[in-house]
Design a protein around this ligand. Structure first.
Ligand SMILES: Cc1cc2nc3c(=O)[nH]c(=O)nc-3n(C[C@H](O)[C@H](O)[C@H](O)COP(=O)(O)O)c2cc1C
Length: 302
């Protein structure tokens, strides 16, 4: 997720029990143009066990070329993912993301080109459809072209992320029909949400918004219990420190924005969180002051 699933964030997700992570989504064209920021966003650290580099693109040659380039400079990438689910206007405008679901033959050519470009695991993320449901047809093509993993967010593009529209049964049906492992993505935030998938062929779960300010969700889902405050503070500390550690090569502003965003998420629901959020966003910070403010609020030492 853009500006969220950074290397620092992924490190905490792995620590709390995630099996697999995905990088921020990068533009295949950006890679082909040699855009340094794009390539940096896709950087996977050697200690990351299974991180897929996620790309969007509309042309098979761009996707294949970008996979080859990223693989060459980023050997720690575990695999590659092609995004065919993003509903945001700026992505759709270039005929990328969920727009690809309107063109099954293009999907075929893209997956075929990507498959030929790498021997590493290949994942594709789709939606239930664009305006109409065609996810089953698209999934069959993706499987035929040799992808290893399919992630389904079972909403139409037109449903964006609207509450109440996530069609869990569609994911279950898709997994039953296909041989390729199918990962369900959508509205999983507590153990009870996993129960309806018991006994189905769903191979795993991808968690998006449920990780905001709660990267320990993996630990909580595995144990079925909320984690202790002391452990939260420990993980927050590691997360903030990792944001600073991995900031080499990115601007101070970007790094501070990542600190602020996560600090505000972590503060949600706690005493004084509204004042803290306003203060964090309304003040022009020096790095040291910002760190001090975060330390005092959470009683940590970053
Ligand atoms: C702000 C935001 C950014 C997202 N960015 C991406 C992305 O870069 N790549 C992707 O595959 N999905 C992205 N998604 C979709 C999520 O991966 C996920 O499929 C969707 O939010 C449903 O799962 P959730 O209910 O667990 O969030 C994004 C969603 C949101 C809300």
């Amino acid at each position: 997720m853009a500006e969220i699933s950074t290397a620092a964030f992924r490190q905490i997700c792995y620590l709390t029990g995630a099996d697999v992570c995905y990088t921020e989504m990068i533009s295949a064209k950006g890679v082909m143009f040699g855009n340094k920021k794009t390539i940096k966003m896709a950087q996977v650290l050697p200690e990351e066990p299974k991180t897929f580099v996620q790309m969007f693109g509309s042309e098979p040659d761009d996707i294949a070329g970008a996979i080859e380039r990223v693989e060459a400079v980023n050997p720690a990438a575990y695999g590659f993912d092609i995004n065919m689910g993003c509903p945001m206007k700026k992505v759709l405008k270039g005929r990328n993301g969920a727009f690809l679901m309107t063109d099954p033959e293009k999907v075929r050519r893209i997956v075929r080109a990507a498959r030929a470009a790498t021997k590493k695991p290949l994942s594709v993320k789709i939606r239930k459809g664009y305006q109409q449901e065609n996810g089953l047809e698209i999934a069959a093509i993706i499987e035929e072209e040799g992808a290893d993993l399919l992630v389904i967010h079972p909403r139409l593009k037109t449903q964006m992320f609207l509450p109440g529209t996530c069609d869990h049964d569609f994911s279950i049906r898709l997994a039953a029909e296909r041989h390729i492992p199918v990962i369900h993505s959508g509205d999983i935030t507590e153990s009870a949400h996993l129960e309806r998938f018991a006994g189905t062929k769903i191979a795993g779960f991808m968690i998006g918004r449920g990780t905001y300010g709660r990267p320990w969700i993996f630990e909580e889902l595995r144990s079925g219990l909320p984690i202790a405050d002391e452990r939260k503070r420990e993980l927050m500390t590691l997360h903030f420190r990792a944001i600073r550690l991995y900031s080499i090569g990115i601007s101070l502003r970007t790094m501070m924005n990542e600190l602020k965003k996560n600090a505000v998420w972590y503060s949600r629901g706690g005493a004084g969180s509204t004042e803290f959020r306003n203060h964090i966003y309304q003040t022009k910070w020096e790095e040291r002051e910002l760190l001090g403010t975060i330390n005092r609020f959470f009683e940590i030492d970053i």
